[in-house]
Design a protein around this ligand. Structure first.
Ligand code: EPZ
Length: 424
């Protein structure tokens, strides 16, 4: 299973360049199903989830080749014959559900394993299915699979006005992809507004789709007759950038993060400044962070869909606040169970109490190294950062969670002064 062994109390200094965005790349790969020609995605992060999505596409019949030297992937969807995403792949990666929209659009039907819960919450897909139903499909669950098929007699999805109960990223992405080849116009209201949504829309437009308004809460898609292949460069990963900013805030003498689109992280950066962390935006894609000498003060944070405070950076902020004097409060509004890491952090000497969706963090002088276990992707990475600051040795187990979403995580940290080794 592998673990990271970290010798703490090191101060980080140097420059780190973020990779392509995991939470965009996976959707662009799924969207390539819609094209009649080859797609080349550049700046693809070489992480486990990307390899899993490649396996999903291969299972469907696509030809997928990685160009490791160029950090690119070539996808030829021409051979896709199957419309079934199997359980053994979907359970590994919930984002596999995002092949549903493209497959429905291409084949008029789809059979995809129900993603099932994960460590941070139930991760429903009702909003995805409701959107598809508005577009003329019927769906039912059987033997752990969702079966959806177009049943409007036309064999083609039809455009619809879809108002999402919640600005779900996955539902927005799945419906937007399904609408590209639908007959007529689709409008998604209360759409998710993350930068990755805009990245997906830009790629779909490169394939020949007609989309306006992505990145806002109302997206209009006019169905076209067909889409081609395209070459496209994946946007930089804002969450990875935020992870290294948090590293700078926790134990940074001076960390410069390159490729970080600062405006995508403005509320996170504002909160770091509110705590008393030194943050300097050197240019629109380069941010310098150092812990500085304080004084530091406690803050309140509530996670919300974009442009609110990103839930994916919530565990990192808890580590920053663990040694900030006073009492801070984090409220998690997006997922039901995203404080699983708190018990592990308390084993390292933090003083955090959970009450439902709230975490009350009473700052302590310092953390102490201990054996801890990663329980999900971001929590695992946050425990690594805690180990960098803690006194003594920290071992982080189950690092496969971290390898799902971070390319060369330990190498990037070691390059800026961390004492971290991967042990099999
Ligand atoms: C995406 O998940 C990201 N994953 C998550 O990042 C991220 O935390 C999340 O968006 C929120 O920003 C990928 O992009 C692969 P949602 P997604 O649909 O699309 C509920 C990471 O660490 N909901 O916005 O699944 C759902 O249960 C991962 O990189 C429904 O109830 O997020 C959740 O509570 C973790 N019904 C909330 O909405 C639905 O049909 C947010 O879900 C869909 C969602």
């Amino acid at each position: 299973m592998g673990k990271f062994v970290i010798e703490g109390r090191k101060s980080l200094k140097g420059r780190v360049k973020v990779s392509g965005a995991k939470n965009s790349a996976l959707k662009l790969m799924a969207a390539s199903i819609l094209g009649s020609g080859r797609t080349r995605l550049e700046n693809i992060p070489l992480i486990e989830d990307v390899y899993t999505m490649a396996d999903v596409l291969r299972t469907l019949g696509a030809h997928v080749m990685f160009d490791q030297d160029c950090g690119a992937v070539d996808i030829d969807p021409g051979g896709i014959q199957s419309f079934e995403a199997p359980y053994q792949l979907v359970r590994k990666m919930r984002a596999s559900i995002l092949v549903a929209g493209p497959l429905l659009s291409r084949f008029g039907k789809v059979k995809v394993a129900i993603p099932g819960g994960c460590n941070i919450g139930s991760r429903q897909i009702d909003l995805h299915l409701k959107g598809f139903e508005f577009m003329g499909t019927k769906s039912f669950m059987e033997h752990g699979y969702v079966h959806a098929r177009i049943n409007n007699g036309q064999g083609r999805l039809k455009g619809a006005l879809i108002d999402l109960d919640f600005p779900s990223r996955g539902a927005t992405e799945n419906i937007m992809m399904a609408a590209c080849l639908a007959k007529g116009k689709t409008v998604i209201s209360n759409a998710a507004r993350e930068p990755e949504i805009r990245d997906l829309a830009n790629f779909l437009v490169a394939l020949g789709a007609d989309i306006q308004g992505a990145g806002g809460d109302r997206i209009t898609i006019r169905g076209v007759e067909g889409l081609k292949g395209a070459s496209y460069r994946v946007m930089p990963d804002s969450i990875e950038a935020g992870t290294f900013m948090a590293a700078g805030a926790i134990c940074g003498q001076e960390v410069v993060i390159e490729g970080a689109v600062a405006k995508n992280l403005d509320i996170f950066l504002l909160k770091l400044k509110e705590i008393g962390i030194h943050v300097e935006i050197l240019d629109p894609e380069t941010v310098k962070v150092k812990r500085g000498l304080g004084p530091f003060k406690p803050v309140q944070i509530s996670t919300l869909p974009y442009p609110g405070f990103p839930t994916d950076l919530q565990p990192f902020m808890a580590v920053v606040l663990a040694t900030v004097p006073g009492v801070s409060l984090i409220t998690e509004n997006v997922f039901e169970n995203r404080f699983m890491y708190v018990d592990e952090l308390n084993r390292m000497g933090a003083n955090i109490k959970i009450d439902g969706h709230h975490a009350m963090i009473r700052g302590v002088q310092k953390l102490s190294g201990a054996p801890v276990t990663a329980c999900d992707l971001r929590a695992g990475a946050a425990l690594v950062l805690a180990g960098l600051a803690a006194e003594g040795v920290t071992e982080v187990m189950d690092i496969f969670h971290i390898q799902r979403g971070y390319e060369s995580f330990e190498a990037k940290l070691a390059a800026i002064g961390a004492d971290i080794k991967k042990v099999h």
